[in-house]
Design a protein around this ligand. Structure first.
Ligand SMILES: [Zn+2]
Ligand SMILES: [Zn+2]
Length: 757
């Protein structure tokens, strides 16, 4: 077939194409090995009538993109002729010369071959996605198309597409590939980046379907249906059967029977599923009845009752559906594998990696040792392990999260350890979480999940260059700025670390990041689309500035707070961001902005003294010298040395961090003292937060006494105190039992406060 496109071509170009077409035709039978030459082709796409629907759609896909690339729309045919130049899609009716040496039946469901002898081209693979993924791979690997994000799609114009000899057989390293970022749930994105989450419909090859998705115990055996009549089906905890927020009694044969019936029902109603989940509920509440307890003790883990339970269901399922796999979690209290039991061959283990250092890749940091040990133990007893790992900041989706090293290396680590699937937990919250660089993470993960040997840094660089355009240099510098700080082995942050507890978020790094993004934005102002992407990449920096400001770090916003807040709101709205955290309660955007704009005045200028003894927390109520008077000239006997008042001032945080000021830090108390000057007598509200217990005296009178153990959060305690005109003294005492130690003290709505030392 000869074709040329007149769409969008000027008259002059049409003439050029016609001439080119003439020569193409003239030479086509002898020397040409161009699929398309100057927008003209004598190739057709062949797909058999017997091909499955995704293969027929693969032919259409190839036709569509060759047209976009070259301007030439190839015909699709189901007829073969010996003289035709054909692109064969699928294995059906392919000339034997093109499948020499191939056992076409051996191709697995996503495996394909791209083969060309220089004249004809074969793209074919296993059912159901192999052929489609072959076409996608031809477009990406040979014609250099890219689907970086939902918006940024690169289809390079190539009026001539040369067909060289190709022998390329591929299959994914991981059978199950799910980067859990919003980006990846777009059908076109998922298809062209060869993930296999549920975004790919059956007509395009389908997906790897897990049904139900996770935490399924109450779907297997419903408390609504059974609890009233059979409380014994449910976990016994503390002598009581749990109707909610618990697990099942896994050793009860009636529970096995009811659960098995449910699984057969799932198989009937959801035949599309690749795997059916028999998963413990989130949280604890495992069964402590005598039978469950005995088995768990014997197996050295709560996975004992779990594997015993799943295996029984799996045995029954295997008799009817030997091809079907079940899956169960090794998570939280079931992470340790059983000593003696082995998961049945049709049971997959989904091992979760939860609390650990996100700075360093697997195998390079002590924090992963226990987990890797567990992975290796599971590996010894199961060939079918998938992983659920966490690659987003749960506590603050929007805070900078420099964990690219884990992304770059973990997929390969898992592949080398023989795992067969990876769920990379991002922040796919409705309708769009948009944490830091989610589009980049989704794309890089997708490439590595298919082939973990790809150059991960090269992928990151390619993405940045193509998505951030003229700003890419600044964006790369920002990435480096954050990641360089967490390279040292001493750096630690997890998916739960708050901004103030990282080693990489501080006034200096945020000011540097801010100036890089100012340059980045300035360089792309003329290109609205790129500018918007740069702003989205900048959002974590802006979030961090506002976050620190909200806890008293006034230095983070030196310009107009109102403008920063307006920018934040605009970027949030423009990107449909609906939550700032995995937990909706802490992720409320209005509440965050309320804190930012609260006008609470955090008091950050103090004199401090300590530490004094607090063994058995007796020091908390011991009257030490600072409670008897403030005198900077005197020296007192502290816990391990003489101590004196010293000045403390910090405009980067309202948190008075005693842990950074005093040693020793175990079983001690310290004090802080300041004065507040008022123009007139009035009742003033204060908010305090402390780690651990706190006492506050104002003008010598105790106004707060909280002998608590807690994390310091601003405004945990609110007090109203009558104050006098002129100077008012404030004395704060905070005790320390271990780990963090410090406090917040703010005048509520205190814009009129005047400080005086
Ligand atoms: Zn039990
Ligand atoms: Zn580490």
């Amino acid at each position: 077939m000869k074709c040329f496109s007149t769409i969008k071509l000027s008259v002059q170009i049409c003439i050029a194409v016609l001439i080119a077409g003439f020569f193409t035709t003239f030479y086509s039978c002898s020397t040409s090995n161009d699929l398309v030459k100057n927008g003209v082709s004598d190739y057709k796409i062949f797909v058999s009538q017997k091909a499955i629907e995704p293969e027929k759609n693969a032919a259409v896909e190839l036709q569509k993109y060759i047209y976009k690339i070259s301007g030439c729309k190839l015909g699709i045919t189901d007829k073969t002729d010996a003289d035709d130049k054909l692109i064969y899609i699928g294995f059906q009716q392919v000339p034997s010369v093109l499948i020499t040496g191939l056992d076409t039946a051996s191709f697995s469901n996503e495996e394909f071959i791209i083969r060309s002898d220089g004249k004809n081209l074969l793209i074919a693979g296993g059912h159901s996605r192999g052929t489609m993924f072959g076409v996608v791979t031809y477009l990406t690997d040979y014609l250099h198309c890219r689907w970086y994000t939902r918006e940024v799609i690169k289809i390079p114009a190539q009026p001539t597409i040369t067909l060289s000899k190709i022998e390329d057989r591929q299959k994914p390293t991981l059978q199950y590939r799910e980067p859990f970022y919003h980006e990846a749930y777009d059908t076109q994105w998922a298809l062209h980046n060869r993930t296999n989450n549920h975004a790919i419909p059956d007509s395009l090859g389908g997906a790897y379907v897990t049904f139900p998705f996770v935490h399924t115990f109450y779907q297997l055996v419903s408390p609504q249906k059974y609890f009233a009549r059979h409380p014994e089906y449910f976990a016994e905890s503390g002598g009581k059967r749990l109707e909610s927020k618990g697990q099942l009694c896994l050793t009860n044969p009636a529970v096995v029977k009811a659960a098995t019936e449910t699984v057969f029902e799932w198989i009937r109603t959801h035949p599309e599923a690749n795997v059916y989940s028999i998963d413990q509920n989130d949280g604890e509440g495992y069964c402590e009845c005598v039978h469950c307890k005995a088995l768990d003790i014997k197996e050295g883990s709560h996975s004992g009752t779990l594997i015993n339970f799943v295996n029984q269901i799996a045995d029954t399922v295997a008799k009817v559906h030997p091809e079907i796999a079940l899956q169960t979690l090794a998570y939280d209290y079931t992470e340790i594998p059983p000593k003696n039991l082995r998961p049945a061959d049709n049971v997959m283990i989904r091992l979760c990696h939860y609390q650990y250092c996100s700075a360093h890749p697997l195998g390079t940091c002590d924090s992963h040792k226990e987990y890797i040990n567990r992975l290796e133990q599971w590996k010894k007893i199961s060939k079918r392990i998938t992983i659920w790992d966490y690659y987003t900041q749960f506590a603050s989706f929007l805070m900078p999260f420099p964990n690219f090293e884990t992304m770059k290396h973990d997929v390969k680590f898992y592949a080398d350890h023989g795992v067969v699937g990876l769920f990379a937990q991002g922040n796919n919250v409705p309708d769009d979480g948009h944490g830091e660089f989610t589009e980049l993470r989704a794309w890089v993960f997708a490439q590595l999940m298919w082939n973990p040997d790809k150059d991960a840094q090269g992928l990151i660089d390619e993405f940045v260059e193509n998505v951030y355009g003229d700003a890419s240099g600044y964006v790369s510098q920002y990435i480096k700025l954050m990641h360089d700080q967490v390279k040292p082995a001493s750096a630690y942050f997890s998916i739960w670390t708050d901004p103030e507890d990282t080693n990489y978020l501080n006034l200096k790094s945020i000011q540097k990041a801010d100036s890089l993004f100012t340059l980045a934005k300035n360089s792309t102002r003329k290109d609205t689309a790129v500018y918007k992407r740069v702003e989205r990449a900048y959002l974590p920096v802006l979030f961090t500035k506002l976050y620190f400001y909200s806890i008293g770090g006034t230095a983070y916003v030196q310009g107009d707070l109102g403008k920063e807040v307006q920018d934040f709101k605009r970027i949030i709205a423009g990107n449909r961001i609906t939550s700032l955290a995995e937990m909706p309660m802490v992720g409320s955007i209005p509440k965050f902005l309320e804190r930012v704009q609260s006008k609470d005045h955090f008091i950050t200028d103090w004199y401090i003294i300590g530490p004094f003894d607090n063994e058995e927390r007796k020091g908390f109520s011991t009257v030490y010298a600072p409670e008897r008077g403030f005198d900077t000239t005197r020296t007192y006997a502290g816990k391990s040395a003489d101590v004196k008042w010293k000045q403390y001032s910090d405009n980067t945080s309202g948190y008075i961090d005693f842990a950074k000021q005093f040693t020793p830090q175990k079983n001690v108390v310290s004090y802080a003292y300041t004065k507040i000057k008022l123009d007139q007598a009035k009742t003033v509200r204060f908010g305090a937060g402390s780690n651990d217990g706190v006492r506050v005296w104002i003008n010598g009178k105790m106004v707060l006494d909280r002998p608590v153990l807690r994390k310091a959060v601003p405004n945990d305690d609110i007090i109203s105190v009558p104050m006098v005109k002129g100077d008012n003294t404030v004395l704060v005492k905070v005790d320390q039992t271990g780990n963090k130690w410090g406090f917040y003290f703010a005048q509520k709505n205190g814009s009129d406060v005047k400080k005086q030392q």
